[in-house]
Write a protein that binds this ligand. Sequence first.
Ligand SMILES: Nc1ncnc2c1ncn2[C@@H]1O[C@H](COP(=O)(O)OP(=O)(O)OP(=O)(O)O)[C@@H](O)[C@H]1O
Ligand SMILES: [Mg+2]
Length: 265
Amino acid sequence: MTDCAVRISGLRQAFGETVAVDGLDLTVRAGEVFGLLGPNGAGKTTTLRAVTTLLPVPRGTVAVFGVDVAVRRMAVRRLIGYVPQQLSADPALTGTENVALFARLFDVPRRERGARVRAAIEAMGLAEAAGRTANTYSGGMVRRLELAQALVSSPRLLILDEPTIGLDPVARTSLWQHVGEVRARTGMTVLVTTHYMEEAEQYCDRVALMHRGQIKALGSPAELAAGLGEGENLEDVFRAYTGDELSGRGIRDVRTTRRTARRLG
Ligand SMILES: Nc1ncnc2c1ncn2[C@@H]1O[C@H](COP(=O)(O)OP(=O)(O)OP(=O)(O)O)[C@@H](O)[C@H]1O
Ligand SMILES: [Mg+2]
């Protein structure tokens, strides 16, 4: 069981009429970098939120290192670090304060907190900026600060939802390098979503292509591309499985999300 970081079987998540995740089966192996790809509205974030215990699991099962997320939520939370798609750092707090807040939330023992906060900030290359409020950080620095927040509890599984969106190429490479350094030290598993195919190709051991709440293809980036024929790449795989329904579906999803957001807010 321990060679399996995440095991999802038969997961279904619906929001009213919208079925976001539709009978999903997925296994992430311990130690790998697993990429979840798919168009807007495919159900990637919803899947990740079920794994992080932020959403209930109405149907199916989700386990993290063998621990059932529906049964032992706190135990699962101790195993994971999460960088959500929406920004999670507080702009009014300094870098150190932001990371210290997560250290408290994620149960880092009080005696170790100071050292662990400093180590997480240093590992993300933010030592010099640590005393400044986060509203003075660039986009790339904010993302690295959020990584420091997620890593301060030394998670065995790091979950990143579009960690490099909006970053310049140098900042994206830097973020992946920082993740790579932590993995080399700790053997941490990474579950990541991205819309950048070249990132998935370069950094992910395996990827799954998700569309309309289901996995359409799964394998190493090279295996998936080879499945289509010679000279193909992940972008061709993406296009082959999501096709030209994309635009119509996307617009409808945006509308649904906005309607729901209005109702909630
Ligand atoms: N809280 C919610 N309330 C209502 N509908 C939701 C909610 N969260 C997600 N959805 C719907 O579920 C579907 C899947 O959304 P999800 O955010 O999981 O997609 P995604 O693959 O992460 O997309 P993106 O690439 O745009 O981030 C969409 O149709 C979305 O509108
Ligand atoms: Mg998403």
